[in-house]
Design a protein around this ligand. Sequence first.
Ligand SMILES: [Zn+2]
Length: 83
Amino acid sequence: MPKITSKTLSYESEPCNRCGSKRRISKTWKEKIPTLTGGILIQFHSQIVCTNTVCQNAFDKLLFEEKQKREDIRLKKLTGKSR
Ligand SMILES: [Zn+2]
């Protein structure tokens, strides 16, 4: 999963830090977060991907592997078998 940040202007215009290619916004969405005071905070998010598909695919793969690893660790902790 590409890096997700709360929306900041001009962030997507920064070049990719892996290959230097331009990046683009692949999707944007809003998230409603309830606040402690009973209100709702709306946060804007944007998912930014590299326009270089080779770079982006490699990055997606890396993130997927990282996610698998974290999931592994989590499961081991749950079952108490981690050492
Ligand atoms: Zn890139």
